[in-house]
Design a protein around this ligand. Sequence first.
Ligand SMILES: [Zn+2]
Length: 109
Amino acid sequence: MKEVRRHHEFIRVNHFRDLVEAAGIPTMMRNEHLVHGVVEIPIPEFYPNLCVMNDQDYKEACSIFDQALEAEKTHPGEELPCPECEENNPAKSAECVACQTPLKSPKPC
Ligand SMILES: [Zn+2]
């Protein structure tokens, strides 16, 4: 068994788990029962994390997870993810609601 990714929002890990399992990869979630919703304690050890049962599925599972995460980030406008803790903030926030890190608006290329 190998850990793929961890994230502080259970609902996302659960969503990505569905995607990975849809690709035929058996998975297991750790810390699933420890949290409900968003982890309030910023300690990654407590974050829900997705594992693959078979190590050879690791790369594929990672790429599915990353693509899904990337797809969420590229949705324009609505939310601004914090670079420090990945909390999603309203698009016009000046600082992160969770950790007060200053947020920058994405610059046009
Ligand atoms: Zn933050």
